[in-house]
Design a protein. Structure first.
Lengths: 188, 361, 261, 77, 261, 361, 77, 188
């Protein structure tokens, strides 16, 4: 079994971080992993993305042209990656910043108002955690516990934000589980 | 030691530390900035020294001096920076000093772009600097292998008293994978004391001179022949390569190195599912190139496909190895565009189809 | 009555003939450096760095370990050696083409990092080894093979005063200029070299001594005339003296001389 | 009494010592050494004041000075 | 009543958004240069030289012809263009890593040859483009990715003052330092740039204006704080003003300040 | 114009002037100092400009700028200096600018020696700098041919907007021979106005940008492919070579370039006297290498002998051309040692003897 | 009367103008532009004294100033 | 017919110059020529030499391993080149600086006290011209007139030395002719 995904958004939205967390958590879960960032132009701004592979056997190509999942945090990313996802795969959309719907019908769509939820939880910078949670809830690619542990580690120096990040993660998780259940019902 | 998730650049830095290297001289350049940054933070912890050189030209001469004093030393850069080191590298090779040079290739020529590429193959393997010399060139395909080869690189450099280059593309530098460092590592070559080093002559020993200048042409010719003998010895003793799927019969042999080989291996897995017979040959040393091994592997194939992130450089070594025995195809991307498993698989299928057609007549 | 040898070849100078032209003061500078190494007892832990220039074979003339450098990069090589082995005494011996032209970045940066090495900078206002091309230090109007009508300051600018240039940096701490065209100048030059090596041996600072030197061959005049030429043409433009000391006021942040605020 | 010894094979005949000697007691001879140079020699040893200027100025360290007895020098070297 | 536009994008600045980070003063310096080109009527015969650094894409932002240079070599490229076409107005736009580190030899020599070009030298005390490594101009104690504990002057030396360094050379004739961290500083900076380009247009001399600039991203502070950081940390070490003028006394041979004769 | 006895270096300088080049930027290095010295004296006479660069790194960027402004420009150096230009050359190639670079090779690696050598063949032909680019490389065998090829080099550079290297060894630079310059020379390629040059934009024309940076990998890939197409075109259109004695049947084909080919031609003359059948194939363009022409010439031979002043570099191109069709022998000298006609003749005889034996055997 | 026009799509929300304005009449809004930045706008145009400090300080040339009638400035620019 | 020779001596003896003159004169006589200097170590001093080829047909190799003639102006040069001369060739020896005789018996030897003659003619620097003259006298490789013209050109800026150089050249020529005549007699 191989889970692979591309996470994409604006620089500053923390997409590289949640990708790394997935890889760490995968490793903690005893899986083989690889994490590959875009390292765009030697300059600031613009969009960025990373590719994460979590697999039961050694990771072959860390480069994935047709991922199972695309987690898109802004509009340009939706436009770039929507078409690449494998049929039967999934697109996770940050509806807070993307005001159009996914055009494809052969993929599952998980809509996550990540910034709204994060704002509501009092930590506008935790939108990425919401999205990460939703991905976990929808795929169970790695265990929630492993990721929770990583959140604690990552923000160890800023204990104040740990809780809001955990909350964001869990709220996302619930949402991901829910959307998946709905999808399965509809599909059924 | 447990596995750790590390960026390629960091694993390379840590590998150098593990190999006992306490000196780094280098200059920032994407996509390998994390190497100097790692060393700046890590070396002081082990009593080592990090110096940010004013340029790659200076860096290549700093490692020249440090190696001449008998210490393990390394530098890293990316394509344009490596070009600036060509004179220095030629001096180091001419003076027979052991250094390790990491080139995390980006796309060129000129300023080009910063995305992954393999277009410095010629420069690395044929000698980008002047004069008759060779680098021993190692090409890892994963972060773990990068860490392993960097450690070996120090031993090989010391053993041959020759610069060793670890050649990776931007992917190797930037991606994260689990890495394990063996707690106790035995050098991959026997290591002799560096009695030739310029470290101050005590009263009795004659002065040591680190030098590539030989004004008398007869002396220089002997020096050149000595170097040549060393390279011939590498060709004999140091060839490394790997092959995948060569245990079963196959139609197409894919030849690729570094991350491209990795991508190709996934393509082969996918193809197997589709009932296509293909195998992979992966040179790990680019100089010495595994000519004989490749020839043997190609014997069993109908056709050969070379895959590179360039307009075709390693393909010359493949042609030298095969001497017209098999048709050679090429799949290349440039400019920082990556090759996907799908693209490799497609190309293999196309080759197989047309080759089958030809055979059917 | 017992005879004492009061002047003889220093131990740090190998007993061989140099390839230098008759009257070339590279030889004097070699001897002064060797004498200083002997007197300070540093020979056995010294590594010299030979430049690319007429002194490229310096490794044959000094009885110390030696290291080559690519043209102009001796300060980088010195940095590599000294950082690898801080216990060694490291000196770079460089010509003016080597140091002031192709090697400008390396000397400025080694000096500015405060590498604890000593640079002996031989300024003979010409490229000696390659046969007399213009150097950054060639005097205005001086004929060289690449300025056959004399250095034209409108095209090639004025000669660079290396000691002054480096003395404006805050870090480097001993910067001086000496000459050897008369014996008494050589005596002062040796004083400065002694100080430079002493500062290094004591771990104090970077040190550089610029030494005005002759190139009778490429100046196209006999050696004795060449010494007079140094006095007449070079010394006025390249004043002799110490420009920076580790204990002097200028080790402190130098207020920049602003012409207009 | 200072004694000046010039090694004829090291000398390149540059005349710097001849020029430097305040006593003008050095001169270039008419013989050629192995390297093809007319070399310097001391013409009138007894007028030597032992100042060492010749030694100090010689780029080829061809000049040695010995003294019998004690000599005081105006400048340390 | 008729409306007049009293402040708008200069013609020499292309109507595009830059890739610079929010609050990065590269943008201000671009605009000042463009305004000067417009005001002096030079745009159509100007060739700019983009360095390697954050301003590597400057060719997209100026509405003038442009030329790339290898990292640090803009002064050499400028020399090539100006010597080929003395009728053109040639300016190099360089960062501090580009000019003061890898490109030290090229700037010293272009200045010293008196190339009649203008160099706009943007000193932001860091390597911006590559993500915040130490530059030769990084302040003592300042944290950068290659000096994670802050610049240690014992290992890396003190920051280099480029304007002062170049002003010690005899040939180069207009050398000044300005800043743009407040609007009024920008006004003075523009004055200096205008002078620099005028000297070039009149064929007078080489000119260089060092401009203190911010890098909020790599300094890790918001833009407004970054401007305060310039005032507090950079200006005291890098005094603003004119260090050399073509008609000033220092165009004459500079007597060297000998500390000890 | 009457013949004039000229040193190779001077003839090269004069040829540049005759080709309308008014700009030289360079740095002294033996054995080509006479080129900058000649230009320093000659260019002011024709209203041109000579600049002694502070280094070869600077020189390569000065010609970059001068070429970018649309003027003909050249530089020259010798091996270590050429190594220092590798980054600059890669930029020039990436920016598609026409420059002429003369390399009067000396022996390496490192400081090596200053006597003639051909050990920069790889650097010149495979690209010593980073990235996918090629130089067009011309190798004269006499002073007259050096003068002719330098003039052609300017035309070829302009036509292809690519750096062209004239590769000679120390002999070509230092020897004197009679040279004749044609009073009126027609360019060897049609020349278009340089509308791409950065010379100031008049109000109407869009700005011209001389540049090798393409951050978007798709754009850079297209650029790389455009460059590749150009090199392919050179391969198709610009191959130059010469052969001697190929009109009669022969046993041994000698392959050599530059002065070594010249020496070999004398060996053939001598051998003819002794009744030995040998012929000479001389590549004049080293890139593009005359693969097809060489293959054709080798068809008629039993064995092939490659002669080089190196440990064997061009021999790889010969092997690529022949693909195992003929046994290839090598005669090389290094370090500044020259190859004499006698040595070539002897080697040819030895080969012929053992080959005859084999055939008899 | 000076009029300040801020191009919302050029603005990167750096706040330098906000900081520079002596009248404190500029502010960053709560809306996001196409590039994802909160951009600046004029809060109280009528208090503007036309000093141009905002224009001069803006690194992105996002600010234009127009005047109706004649305006005299303290410093030439 | 091909004349080739190596001229060798100390740097400063003017061996490169007389080699060039031979090449120029050969060209003036309508021959094909090449002149190849040693360009020893990038430094002063030491010995130097040049190889001159004068031929009726295009010059093949400008490198000559076994010359017909070696003109040796000092002892090291005699030692280096004596053995290389082709059997039947010639060694021209500057006996003023070389106090040993040529060991080979299969070559012609022309002994020229070049420095003594030059000193006697009042121009110690003209020893090279004596040797050149002797070579011409002994071989007639190029015409004396052509070389005389070159002497006038070469020293045009120092008219004072023209006459002494011409005298040296002619005295050498006469000596070369004489020695050859003797040799031929002896040989006959
Ligand atoms: C990269 C490189 N460029 C050029 C040269 C040629 N070269 C050798 S020595 C020299 C100049 C030496 O002049 P200087 O440093 O003044 O020393 P001097 O001979 O005068 O003592 C040059 C240009 C070289 N060897 N390497
Ligand atoms: C030869 C070479 N070395 C290194 C680099 C990588 N590099 C790109 S920009 C840069 C530094 C830029 O810093 P600076 O000049 O201060 O400009 P800033 O980005 O701060 O404006 C470096 C090291 C390169 N492109 N080429
Ligand atoms: S060429 Fe000049 S510097 Fe070199 S050895 Fe001769 S005199 Fe000295
Ligand atoms: S010691 Fe003094 S007096 Fe005696 S020979 Fe030497 S210079 Fe002359
Ligand atoms: S100074 Fe030395 S080399 Fe010169 S003439 Fe005197 S003894 Fe001879
Ligand atoms: S990284 Fe720094 S210098 Fe570069 S654009 Fe951003 S703020 Fe400006
Ligand atoms: S012109 Fe002056 S007062 Fe008006 S908005 Fe700008 S800064 Fe404020
Ligand atoms: S200064 Fe410019 S970019 Fe910054 S907030 Fe104001 S208008 Fe926007
Ligand atoms: Mg010099
Ligand atoms: Mg910077």
């Amino acid at each position: 079994m191989q889970n692979d995904l591309i996470i994409a958004g604006f620089g500053g939205q923390g997409v590289l971080l949640i990708g790394k967390m997935l890889a760490y958590a995968g490793m903690a879960d005893g899986k083989e992993v690889s994490w590959l960032p875009s390292y765009g132009p030697e300059m600031r701004g613009g969009t960025c993305n990373c590719t994460v592979v979590i697999s039961d056997r050694p990771v072959g190509s860390p480069v994935v042209e047709r991922p199972w999942v695309a987690m898109v945090m802004n509009l340009p990313s939706l436009e770039k990656y929507e078409g690449m996802v494998k049929p039967g795969g999934m697109v996770l959309v940050n509806t807070s910043l993307i005001n159009r719907t996914v055009a494809r019908t052969d993929v599952r769509v998980v809509n996550v108002p990540a910034n709204e939820i994060a704002n509501r939880l009092g930590n506008p910078r935790a939108a990425n955690m919401v999205a990460l949670g939703a991905y976990l809830g929808a795929t169970r690619a790695v265990s929630l516990e492993a990721v929770e542990g990583l959140v604690r580690e990552t923000f160890a120096s800023k204990p104040k934000v740990i809780d809001s990040n955990l909350a964001a993660l869990r709220e996302g998780y619930a949402l991901g589980e829910r959307e998946t259940a709905v999808a399965q019902e509809v599909g059924a | 030691m447990a596995k750790k998730l590390m960026k390629g650049c960091e694993a390379i830095g840590e590998a150098a530390v593990k190999a006992g290297c306490k000196l780094f001289f280098g200059y920032p350049i994407t996509p390998q900035n994390e190497i100097p940054e790692y060393m700046a933070h890590r070396l002081p912890q082990v009593g080592g020294t990090f110096v940010q050189a004013e340029s790659e030209v200076a860096a290549s001469n700093m490692i020249y001096g440090a190696a001449g004093s008998g210490e393990r030393v390394f530098t890293s850069s990316s394509s344009p920076g490596i070009s600036l080191m060509q004179e220095g590298i030629s001096y180091i090779a001419g003076s027979e000093l052991p250094v390790v040079i990491v080139n995390i290739m980006r796309a060129g020529p000129g300023l080009g772009g910063i995305l992954p590429s393999q277009s410095d193959y010629f420069q690395a393997t044929k000698g980008g600097g002047h004069g008759d010399y060779r680098l021993l060139v190692l090409a890892p395909w994963s972060v773990q292998e990068a860490a392993d080869l960097v450690q070996d690189a120090f031993d090989l450099a010391d053993f041959y008293r020759n610069p060793v280059m670890v050649l990776g593309d931007g992917l190797i530098g930037q991606m994260m994978e689990p890495v394990e460092f063996k707690p106790e590592r035995t050098p991959c070559k026997p290591l002799a004391p560096k009695e030739w080093a310029a470290t101050g002559c005590s009263g009795d020993r004659p002065t040591n001179i680190v030098n590539s200048l030989f004004l008398d042409p007869e002396v220089l010719e002997r020096h050149n022949q000595k170097l040549k003998a060393k390279y011939d010895r590498m060709v004999r003793d140091e060839v490394r390569c790997a092959s995948y799927g060569t245990d079963r019969p196959y139609d197409v042999l894919v030849v690729a190195y570094g991350t491209v080989a990795r991508v190709s291996s996934t393509a082969l897995d996918d193809l197997r599912g589709e009932g296509v017979d293909a195998a992979l040959f992966r040179p790990i040393t680019l100089f010495p190139f595994p000519h004989a091994e490749l020839r043997a592997a190609a014997e069993k194939a109908q056709e050969v496909l070379v895959v590179e992130l360039s307009t075709g450089q390693m393909i010359e070594d493949v042609r030298l190895a095969l001497e017209g025995r098999k048709p050679i195809h090429f799949l290349g991307r440039q400019g920082g565009m990556l090759i996907s498993p799908e693209a490799v698989a497609e190309k293999v299928k196309a080759i197989q189809a047309s080759s089958a057609e030809v055979r059917r007549g | 009555m017992a005879e004492t040898v009061v002047f003889a070849r220093p131990q740090a100078l190998a007993p061989v003939t140099t390839h230098y032209c008759p009257g070339c003061t590279h030889g004097v500078i070699h001897r002064l450096v060797a004498e200083v190494l002997d007197e300070l007892g540093l020979r056995e832990r010294t590594v010299g760095i030979a430049p690319v220039g007429c002194s490229v074979l310096a490794y044959n003339y000094f009885a110390t370990d030696f290291h080559e450098a690519a043209h102009g990069r001796a300060p980088a090589v010195a940095t590599g050696i000294k950082r690898a082995r801080p216990d060694l005494i490291v000196f770079a011996y460089q010509g003016d083409g080597d140091l002031a032209s192709i090697g400008m970045a390396e000397i400025v940066h080694a000096a500015n990092r405060g590498e604890k090495v000593t640079v002996v900078f031989v300024n003979n206002a010409i490229y000696g080894m390659t046969g007399g091309q213009m150097a950054p230090t060639t005097m205005p109007g001086q004929v060289a093979t690449t300025c056959p009508l004399g250095r034209d300051v409108n095209l090639a600018g004025y000669p660079i005063r290396v000691a002054e240039l480096l003395a404006t940096l805050r870090t480097p701490a001993f910067v001086a200029r000496a000459a050897v065209h008369t014996p008494l100048h050589a005596v002062t030059a040796k004083e400065m070299l002694r100080r430079a090596f002493r500062y290094q041996a004591e771990g104090t600072c970077f040190s550089l001594v610029e030494v005005l030197s002759t190139c009778p061959t490429n100046w196209g005049i006999p050696p004795v005339e060449a010494t007079a030429w140094v006095e007449k043409n070079m010394v006025p433009y390249y004043p002799l003296g110490v420009f920076k000391t580790p204990d002097g006021p200028d080790r402190a942040p130098r207020p920049a001389p602003v012409v207009e605020a | 009494m200072p004694q000046i010894l010039i090694d004829r094979d090291l000398c390149k005949g540059c005349e710097l010592c001849v020029n430097a000697c305040p006593q003008k007691i050095l001169a270039i001879g008419r013989e050629i050494n192995a390297k093809g140079y007319f070399f310097a020699s001391v013409v009138e040893q007894k007028r030597c004041i032992g100042c060492r200027l010749c030694c100090i100025t010689c780029p080829d360290v061809a000049i040695q000075m010995r003294v019998s007895g004690t000599m005081y020098h105006y400048f340390a070297y």
